[in-house]
Design a binder for this molecule. Structure first.
Ligand code: SIN
Length: 304
């Protein structure tokens, strides 16, 4: 039997509240990944190696944790006895980590991120089922690429986004829709697994990552934030525009000045779904289907 490696990074799936009825006032990232595995009896049917890479609330995710995680994933993918990898992760920045791993590693074997919207001891905790589904997916010989498995739904790591702050079914894939469903351990695939060209680990194993920030267009937005970022030495700016990535005149003028001065700029849409549709002759490039936070990861990687 090939092995499944489970890498723990924290999150609500490893969180504990004082009361089983409390789904919001808990501390994320307190239970060891080995204990999460031990709490799901059906996982005994799998050969599992559990390893703690980090123990954090994912709102505090750092580049150092990303580097360590990418290194551990690459290390285990190089093992012939490993069928796939599961990463337990907080849901708040899960889409950023998933996109980062997709771009850096683009693995042929499955690397499945999962988490939970309710802490481990909750009356109806979702973590145990999510973990079991993620392991089943990682063990599936047909699965491939960086995937996210939450609430019985499988998303591509390059498309997934957190769409709800509270519900158990908190993730979607925008217009692309899910890749598959996991129903009682049976995979019902809807479309192809994600593919991509791996940038490779070498690009990211440095600690001088370029500063890239996100600014938002809204009523009354002016040039002050962009000018302040440029004064700070920002290397890239993602501009989350209104509608089809549109920007108010003062903000657009500031971004054009920044671009002329050598700052890389990408436009996204602040709406929840859909891509920025390319406008011929647009002076500021768009990030297509990427969410603003994924576009930020993309820009950092390009600048590296
Ligand atoms: C976190 O992102 O670590 C906390 C929230 C969650 O996992 O749902």
């Amino acid at each position: 039997m090939k092995r499944i490696v489970i890498l723990g990074t924290g999150g609500t799936i490893a969180g504990q509240a004082r009361s089983a009825a409390d789904n919001t006032g808990y501390v994320a990232g307190t239970i060891a990944v080995a204990d999460l595995v031990a709490a799901v009896p059906p996982l005994a049917a799998f050969a599992i190696d559990a390893e703690q890479v980090a123990q954090t609330d994912s709102k505090d995710m750092t580049f150092a944790i990303w580097r360590a995680l990418a290194q551990r994933v690459a290390h285990h993918l190089a093992r012939k006895d490993v069928a796939g990898i599961v990463i337990t992760h907080g849901t708040d920045t899960l889409e950023e980590t998933a996109y980062f791993l997709h771009r850096v590693l683009a693995p042929a074997r499955p690397v499945v991120l999962t988490g939970a919207m309710r802490p481990a001891g909750a009356l109806a905790a979702d973590g145990p089922q999510n973990l079991l589904d993620a392991v089943r997916l990682a063990a599936s010989p047909e699965a491939s690429g960086v995937l996210v498995c939450m609430a019985g739904t499988v998303h591509a790591g390059c498309e997934v986004r957190k769409a709800h702050p509270y519900r158990v079914d908190a993730f979607d894939s925008g217009d692309a829709g899910p890749l598959a469903y996991l129903e009682e351990g049976v995979l019902r695939r809807l479309r192809d697994w994600p593919r991509g060209d791996a940038l490779g680990l070498a690009h990211v194993l440095r600690d001088d990552w370029p500063r890239v920030d996100i600014v938002l267009n809204y009523a009354g937005a002016d040039d002050a934030l962009v000018d302040a970022l440029c004064a700070l030495g920002v290397r890239g700016i993602v501009a989350a525009g209104t509608g089809n990535g549109t920007l108010g005149a003062p903000l657009e003028a500031a971004l054009l000045r920044a671009q002329t001065g050598g700052v890389a700029v990408l436009r996204t849409s602040r709406t929840a779904r859909g891509s920025v549709i390319d406008t011929p002759g647009a002076a500021l490039p768009d990030a297509g289907t990427l969410t603003s936070v994924q576009a930020r990861v993309e820009l950092m990687l390009r600048l590296m």
